[in-house]
Design a protein around this ligand. Structure first.
Ligand SMILES: [Zn+2]
Length: 338
């Protein structure tokens, strides 16, 4: 086995800003702004926010206890989002990631509406532009996440902002967040259509912890280019066929699914990925939360899948090729946005 695997440049399509910030950078951002932290000791703070296959937390518990009240809060404000975006993108480059799509919900970084959204967005774009200037063969773009827990009016504003900043590097929209009984996919058909008409690409979180019915709705009503996770399709042959028919690519995030109990273990992940391969479903390998899961950088996950005999070297290369092909980012690095 090639120990240097993967030696080829990687593409990361599914990483959230709040969970992609290196712990040491988080610590610096928090200290620079004088945030009160739940743990005053650096090591204890890192342990508090980090998950691993041995230290798991259900998705919604992590959202409620750590992600939204702590990570989103610490990465709020213009200083934090600019530094975070820059550090994430240059850090990814150092880890042999040559293409990175970074996603977040800008309204979760404006301190509950106290800060101006345009300032937040421009700060992220500045961080991205600095990274692109430093590394001319890096490709990067931002995806704005709408939230299932937000009302339609707030999500509408996020789409308007994505359209406004599309020439500067906002390449797509996503719908993320925990399920919410008030959330109706039907209400979003027109809005997603509008975003598509403006040239934005669509990816939707679905089929992660919920059942396949929701995923069907997303596939049929929103017709996204890609789906975040989509694991639940594995139990529905017709849905897998539909994904192929509509050429929808899945963004698989192996370790994230394990630490949040969406998938029991690597053996279940193997069954899922082998089923997708046997049925011809296209998927890519991503991190979701590269810095708050232990040993979860993208190249580590490629190694994990290879060493665990879940995917072969050729299959992993193929996943990476699919990621480059299904990226939302235009060719040309920084020049694409000038
Ligand atoms: Zn995600």
């Amino acid at each position: 086995m090639d120990t240097a695997f993967p030696s080829f440049p990687l593409a990361e399509l599914h990483a959230h800003l709040s969970t992609s910030i290196k712990p040491s950078v988080y610590w610096k951002i928090a200290q620079a702004q004088g945030f009160k932290l739940p743990k005053r000791n650096y090591k204890e703070f890192i342990e508090y926010i980090t998950l691993s296959p041995e230290k798991r937390m259900n998705l919604n518990d992590y959202f409620e206890q750590i992600y939204h009240p702590l990570l989103d809060k610490l990465s709020s404000g213009t200083y934090a989002v600019e530094k975070a975006t820059y550090e994430i993108m240059t850090g990814a480059y150092r880890n042999n990631i040559k293409l990175i799509e970074l996603r977040n919900n800008p309204m979760k970084h404006n301190q509950g509406g106290e800060l101006d959204l345009d300032h937040i967005i421009m700060a992220m774009l500045r961080g991205m532009e600095r990274a692109l200037l430093e590394h001319e063969d890096l490709s990067a773009g931002l995806i704005f996440c709408l939230a299932r827990e937000f009302d339609f009016g707030m999500n509408h504003v996020i789409v308007e902002k994505a359209i406004k900043y599309k020439r500067r590097g906002v390449v797509g929209i996503d719908i993320a967040g925990p399920g919410n009984s008030d959330f109706r996919i039907d209400e979003y058909k027109g809005l997603v259509q509008k975003a598509k008409g403006e040239g934005l690409k669509i990816t939707i979180h679905t089929g992660e912890a919920d059942d396949a019915d929701d995923m069907w709705e997303v596939v049929e009503k929103l017709q996204p280019d890609r789906i975040g996770h989509g694991l639940r399709a594995v139990k529905d042959k017709r849905l897998m066929e539909q994904l192929i028919k509509q050429n929808i690519v899945l963004e698989i995030c192996p370790l994230s699914n394990i630490v949040t109990n969406a998938v029991k273990d690597l053996s279940e992940m193997k069954t899922i990925l082998r089923t997708f391969i046997d049925n011809g479903v296209k998927f890519t390998i991503n991190t979701d939360w590269p810095e708050v899961i232990e040993d979860a950088h993208l190249w580590r996950q490629y190694q994990l899948l290879l060493k665990g005999k879940i995917l072969s070297e050729d299959e992993l290369k193929k996943c990476n090729e699919i990621a480059f092909q299904s990226s939302f980012i235009p060719e040309g690095g920084l020049n694409a946005y000038l």
